[in-house]
Design a binder for this molecule. Structure first.
Ligand code: MG
Length: 310
């Protein structure tokens, strides 16, 4: 680099630093041309990242170590486990040791809707069980524990009654999550699977009301295709409450195996400066080999991420 160029570059860096300082103080809304970090409101966001993950069961392999090795070789950096991770902490830690794979999330589910049950014994048990899952998630340094309040037929309560129960019970659970350095991830589903919590804005409204960093949410591209009018807007509404994403196509197979586009949603993730994992929760098209198709899906997703300009 020539001296004059170096001088110019240093001057630009200084100006840019000063500009950022002004942004932070003055709350400038627009981003400077050429800057990779979007500035929204008064807060400067980090550029969003695409961290690819998969549920354990989606990866072929006879042992966990074999699955971890394959996922790493295909460019993944996260693995999502089921609720049985609670009893497998050491096994998981051992399998991930010395690899780049981290635990993305623990998919715990609804626990038969116990947490929103009117049977207080069931509710108490459900609350203890999710706390145990959060303790395991903390040990595994996981992003969070995925929680579905209830599936169809798991509650006869009205939506506002379920919401009230959640507002009552989640602060204590969220405080436990904070102690474990992890969080609850509320997952909206589609109307074929639940009557309650179907849109990202509903989960965001619970998070925003509670203002507890142990209570967060996620989005699932499969459900969002059925329930949201815009993936991008849904993620923007979720904002910094969003800490996990599930990936599946329209027919709930691997991304790229049908015509589902992820570009609009990825724009939303870039706009909010998303820093967590995007994890496969899907099947694999019949008569295709997941060991061939998963690396193709990851390449497809990387291309769609590049196409998602903001
Ligand atoms: Mg899901």
């Amino acid at each position: 680099m020539m001296c004059s160029e170096k001088k110019q570059s240093t001057a630009f860096s200084t100006n840019r630093r000063n500009f950022l300082k002004v942004c932070m103080i003055g709350g400038v809304v627009a981003a400077m041309p050429g800057m990779s970090s979007p500035v929204i409101g008064q807060e400067q966001k980090k550029p969003g990242v695409l961290k690819l993950s998969s549920q354990e069961g989606r990866i072929p392999g006879k042992t966990l170590k074999e699955k971890v090795t394959s996922l790493e070789s295909w460019g993944g950096c996260g693995m999502e486990f089921g609720g049985n991770a609670v009893g497998r902490v050491k096994e998981i830690q051992d399998a991930l040791k010395g690899t780049k794979i981290k635990v993305s999330a623990i998919c715990w589910g609804s626990h038969s809707g116990d947490l929103v049950s009117m049977d207080m014994e069931k509710r108490k048990k459900g609350i203890q069980d999710i706390k145990d899952a959060l303790s395991a998630a903390g040990e595994l340094e996981s992003t969070g524990v995925i929680f579905v309040p209830c599936f169809h037929k798991q509650s006869t309560l009205q939506n506002d009654e379920i919401r009230k129960i959640l507002i009552d019970i989640l602060p204590d659970i969220g405080n436990h999550a904070q102690k474990c350095k992890t969080r609850v991830l509320l997952e909206p589903l589609n109307s074929g699977e639940t009557f309650y919590l179907k849109k990202l804005e509903q989960a965001a409204s619970i998070c925003n009301e509670l203002k507890n960093s142990g209570i967060a949410m996620m989005g699932d591209f499969y459900h969002m295709k059925k329930e949201e009018t815009s993936d991008k807007e849904a993620f923007i509404t979720a904002g910094n409450n969003l800490h996990h994403v599930h990936l599946a196509s329209t027919t709930r197979v691997l991304p790229g195996q049908d015509d589902r586009s992820f570009v609009d949603g990825f724009r939303g993730l870039k706009i909010i400066g998303y820093q967590d994992y995007c994890s496969l929760e899907c099947g694999c098209k019949k008569k295709t080999d997941p060991a061939v198709e998963i690396p193709k899906a990851f390449e497809f997703l990387k291309k769609q991420w590049e196409e998602a300009t903001v």
